[in-house]
Design a protein around this ligand. Structure first.
Ligand SMILES: Nc1ncnc2c1ncn2[C@@H]1O[C@H](COP(=O)(O)OP(=O)(O)OP(=O)(O)O)[C@@H](O)[C@H]1O
Ligand SMILES: O=C(O)C1=C[C@@H](O)[C@@H](O)[C@H](O)C1
Ligand SMILES: [Mg+2]
Length: 177
């Protein structure tokens, strides 16, 4: 794989901004491996995200996220699509920045709503008024997202366009290192 040995790329941002979809395409373009933290955690736990939340609680899920970042994935050559809440718990922002290039995808609440509606993988949005929940959670998380990753907006932009933007950012960051 051509990107083997290169610093990891971590995609962060709110649920539905496109981390998984963009990450898969970015990894292909960069010839790097692709790992989705939500998927990796489901493999370790042997159950779905919604089952982990229901049976073990959110705190256990956050522990699994920490283990994934600390020891659960290769140190180089990987594009990691992070779960929406992964950078939020204490210490994670600095840890991600140490480990690689962090890019944060953004989208407006209406866009997020349209992209996430009816998906059972996002138990936090499985509430009576998901729009309100998105706005609240976003306001809480935005400062952390902004200080952790280089921002890329995705509203009205297709996946290929977002991928080529990130490719340029990554090359620039490698030159600066
Ligand atoms: N730029 C884009 N334009 C149009 N649709 C998009 C774009 N990015 C992602 N999508 C679509 O939006 C949906 C949500 O994207 P995705 O699952 O990649 O989000 P995510 O950030 O990984 O969310 P989560 O944090 O919950 O895992 C998918 O159906 C995806 O194909
Ligand atoms: O934003 C969040 O806290 C979450 C996002 C998803 O990717 C999953 O990691 C899970 O549903 C929690
Ligand atoms: Mg995802």
């Amino acid at each position: 794989m051509q990107g083997k040995g290169q610093p990891n790329i971590y995609l962060i941002g709110f649920m539905g901004v496109g981390k998984s979809a963009v990450g898969r395409n970015l990894a292909r373009a960069m010839r790097m491996q692709f790992i989705d933290s939500d998927w990796a955690i489901e493999q370790v736990a042997g159950k779905s995200i919604s089952k982990i939340f229901k049976e073990d609680g959110e705190a256990r899920f956050r522990e699994l996220e920490r283990e994934f970042v600390e020891t659960g994935h290769p140190e180089t050559g990987v594009v990691v699509a992070c779960g929406g809440g992964l950078p939020v718990q204490p210490g994670m922002s600095d840890l991600l920045k140490q480990k690689g290039v962090v890019v944060c995808l953004f989208a407006r609440p209406e866009t997020i709503m349209a992209r996430t509606i009816g998906n059972p993988k996002r138990p936090l949005l499985n509430v009576e008024n998901p729009e309100e929940r998105i706005t609240e959670l976003m306001a809480e998380r935005e400062p952390i997202y902004m200080k952790t990753g280089i921002g890329v907006t995705t509203d009205g932009r297709g996946i290929a366009e977002v991928v080529s933007n990130i490719t340029r950012i990554y090359r620039r960051e490698l030159r600066l290192r």
